[in-house]
Design a protein around this ligand. Structure first.
Ligand SMILES: Nc1ncnc2c1ncn2[C@@H]1O[C@H](COP(=O)(O)OP(=O)(O)OP(=O)(O)O)[C@@H](O)[C@H]1O
Length: 306
């Protein structure tokens, strides 16, 4: 028998007034999986997360989170989920330890929970430091400590690393992977491509609609894009030429090279070759990056809105 998924929701809809901000979103997440949630600002990620956490009731749709019905067992879901909001906050004039003691009180946890969480997240040596004086990376570690202290089975992280430096982000992700290996399920929203690539699977949402889902490799493959790369001293000239050429949907400079992208492979190759010859640039075919795919998806969904 296979274990019930940590998240299995179908057809979620949420309207605020006349606006449908989440439109028929279905997501399944297996236990122990790390799943990314991506999409432009305002596309409905936070609203979807809140419906799955038991904080918002969907207008339509149904499903189960950790085996509990999202429409009727919201209290049970809230007890078993750790939710790290986008702008997590704590008492800046309390120490790390005092902040965690406060959270322990809210969840009615024994005092030992604070000590073990401090050890668990490597916060013991800083436990007496005021939360307000911590750097971004340590603040985020404290926020993670606060949302896993009650030992949730599922973590919902809403842009947990926004504004945190790359080293702290790497450490944060190492921590998340370690916990997933121990059985914790994680759903994480992010705007960072490197973070998306650290997820087992990703979901991409735009204007409230789920546009694509799968492993990074599947999402890249399903986009069906061809990427050609031009290199040389005259790529600015090549860029101007390529913008109006048939089949070219994206032209993006990366340092000394130029990425030329489109869905019509033969047309993209032909355009890139013409521009490469005209500007004596070196030409090669490259793998399409996840970022290129997302830019394409954003453009496509904007077109759908017109
Ligand atoms: N309580 C609310 N009342 C009215 N509109 C809301 C409410 N909550 C969210 N919205 C709107 O719903 C849309 C989706 O917002 P949401 O925060 O879910 O997007 P998001 O994908 O998480 O965005 P971001 O990446 O910027 O965090 C936005 O246009 C937002 O303004």
């Amino acid at each position: 028998m296979t274990a019930e998924p940590a998240i299995a929701v179908t057809g979620l809809v949420k309207r605020f007034g006349e606006r449908t901000v989440v439109d028929q979103v279905s997501i399944e997440v297996a236990r122990g999986e790390i799943v990314g949630f991506l999409g432009p600002n305002g596309s409905g990620k936070t609203t979807t997360i809140r419906m799955m956490c038991g904080l918002l009731t969907p207008d339509e749709g149904e499903g189960r989170v950790l085996g509990h019905d999202i429409l009727h067992d919201q209290r049970a879901i809230k007890r078993e989920v750790g939710y790290m909001t986008q702008r997590f906050s704590f008492y800046e004039d309390l120490t790390i330890e005092e902040n965690l003691q406060f959270v322990a009180g809210v969840f009615d946890l024994p005092r030992e929970a604070v000590a073990s969480t401090l050890v668990d997240l490597g916060l013991t040596s800083r436990k007496g430091q005021l939360a307000g004086s911590l750097s971004g990376g340590w603040k985020q570690r404290l926020a993670l400590a606060a949302c896993i202290m009650h030992r949730p089975k599922l973590l919902m992280l809403d842009e947990p690393t926004a504004g945190v430096d790359p080293k702290a982000r790497r450490e944060f992700w190492d921590e998340i992977h370690q916990r997933a290996a121990e059985g914790l399920t994680v759903l994480v929203s992010t705007h960072y491509m490197d973070e998306a690539e650290r997820c087992h699977r990703i979901n991409y949402i735009s204007y409230g609609k789920l546009i694509t889902q799968g492993t990074v490799a599947e999402v890249v493959r399903d986009a069906g894009l061809t990427t050609m790369v031009l290199e040389g001293p005259r790529i600015a000239e090549a860029q101007r030429m390529l913008r109006s050429m048939h089949g070219v949907e994206q032209v993006a400079p990366y340092g000394n090279s130029l990425h030329v992208i489109g869905r019509d492979g033969p047309a993209v190759r032909k355009a890139a070759q013409t521009a490469a010859e005209a500007t004596q640039s070196k030409l090669l075919e490259a793998e399409t990056s996840l970022e290129d795919v997302f830019i394409q998806l954003m453009g496509a969904s904007q077109d759908n809105m017109q």
